[in-house]
Design a protein around this ligand. Structure first.
Ligand SMILES: *Cc1c(COP(=O)(O)O)cnc(C)c1O
Length: 390
């Protein structure tokens, strides 16, 4: 089945549900058993696929979402968590112990870096950050105790596309596990397991939920690494509320069409920005000349609506004048919904291995599902305010 067919059909079974198209929302804590033998049998297969044993370990609603995303990405199974950050932390904790070493991309999502530099560090796990363009050169950074290589492509805020297959090959040669934050591509434009990733992590809060109304995380793993992921998620006590899981399932059904529109609108905004005199550089993986564009072309089948842009030097007052007056672009952090967003970012405050070369302010934009003509008019008026306030 092709991706859009999977999105429409996986994780639901009307025949087993009175013909109702969508799976029911199970609200559950205790699961009761008719006999001691039934209870023992269920416990023995506690984490078996589709096995309902306790609310925290999942219900048919949770399993429906997990099955659909695992099928979309070509992974073995998935686990659901209450947020994207919880998914990142539980996935890392599945594979590291005291004395281990982690390699993490320098352009990683800020809270992932923070988790490595605080919690992991306090537990005696060391993290080294690598240049997103390191490619096969990562082999030189791998130590005998390197257990995990953590990628995120394209990078948060700066959008470098990594050579994930080359990084994964070097990691596997040294016996390390490859984890990837695949949120940007929504599990739709990049198939991680075909490119050497062992564990794919999602802030489902973004494109999977897609409507800015729920927090959720998912971890998809291959067959070899799923048991460790599930043990970590279960051991840490993570589970998600059934109504949020339902919203994610509902979002997933339309994710293909939404993402194609985000791709189209994002690219038209990026091209328009590229031609503006106020703009120094647009950071969009699908634009030729952007960092890692050739890897995007080779490995991705599309671009989502999130990208960046470096302005020519401008005062903070001028940037604030631009942003404060936006009519359609709102300022907010969590992207992936139907609405457009704009944010002034400072990526170099986070980076330690390879800073972004930027003389001017850096913006992050999320192209929503509005008409691109209206979005461009909003940006154009913003540049007028910026120029007046210079
Ligand atoms: C937002 C985001 C997260 C965290 O997701 P939450 O659901 O907000 O916890 C993780 N990774 C990336 C790349 C994100 O953009």
């Amino acid at each position: 089945m092709k991706k859009d067919t999977l999105l429409a059909h996986k994780g639901r079974n009307p025949g087993a549900n009175h013909g109702v198209v969508n799976p029911p929302v199970y609200h559950a804590s205790t699961i009761v058993y008719p006999t001691v033998a039934a209870m023992k049998a269920a416990q023995a297969n506690r984490f078996g696929h589709g096995q309902v044993t306790y609310g925290r370990h999942g219900t048919p609603t949770t399993f429906a979402l997990e099955d659909a995303l695992a099928a979309l990405e070509g992974g073995h199974r998935a686990a659901t968590l209450p947020s994207g950050l919880a998914a990142i932390c539980a996935a890392l904790l599945a594979f590291v112990k005291q004395g281990d070493h982690v390699l993490m991309v320098d352009s990683v999502y800020g809270p992932s870096r923070n988790f490595a530099m605080t919690m992991l560090k306090n537990f005696g796990i060391e993290t080294t950050f690598y240049d997103p363009m390191v490619g096969a050169g990562i082999a030189q950074m791998i130590r005998p105790n390197t257990r995990v290589v953590f990628t995120e492509s394209p990078g948060s805020l700066t959008f470098e596309v990594q050579d994930v297959p080359a990084i994964a090959k070097a990691a596997h040669a040294a016996g390390a596990v490859v984890l990837m934050d695949n949120t940007w591509a929504g599990g739709y434009f990049f198939r991680p397991f075909e490119h050497g990733v062992d564990v794919s992590i999602h802030a489902a809060t973004k494109y999977i939920v897609g409507h800015s109304d729920a927090m959720l995380g998912l971890v998809v793993a291959n067959e070899q690494h799923f048991p460790a992921v599930k043990a970590s998620v279960a051991g840490l006590g993570y589970c998600a509320g059934p109504d949020d899981v339902y919203l994610a399932l509902r979002g997933l059904r339309t994710m293909g069409v939404r993402l194609r529109q985000h791709h189209e609108t994002g690219l038209s905004l990026a091209r328009w920005l590229q031609a503006r005199p106020e703009v120094a550089r647009v950071l969009h993986p699908a634009l030729p000349g952007s960092t890692g564009h050739k890897f995007w072309k080779r490995d991705f089948t599309g671009a989502s609506g999130l990208f960046g842009c470096i302005l020519k030097p401008a005062s903070e007052t001028a940037v604030n004048a631009m942003l404060d007056g936006m009519k359609l672009f709102a300022m907010g952090y969590s992207w992936g919904g139907f609405e457009s967003l704009i944010l002034h970012t400072e990526p170099n405050k986070l980076r330690t291995a390879k800073p972004l070369v930027a003389d001017g302010p850096v913006l992050r934009l999320h192209a929503g599902l509005e008409d691109p003509t209206d979005l461009i008019a909003d940006l154009e008026a913003g540049f007028e305010r910026l120029n007046r306030a210079r």
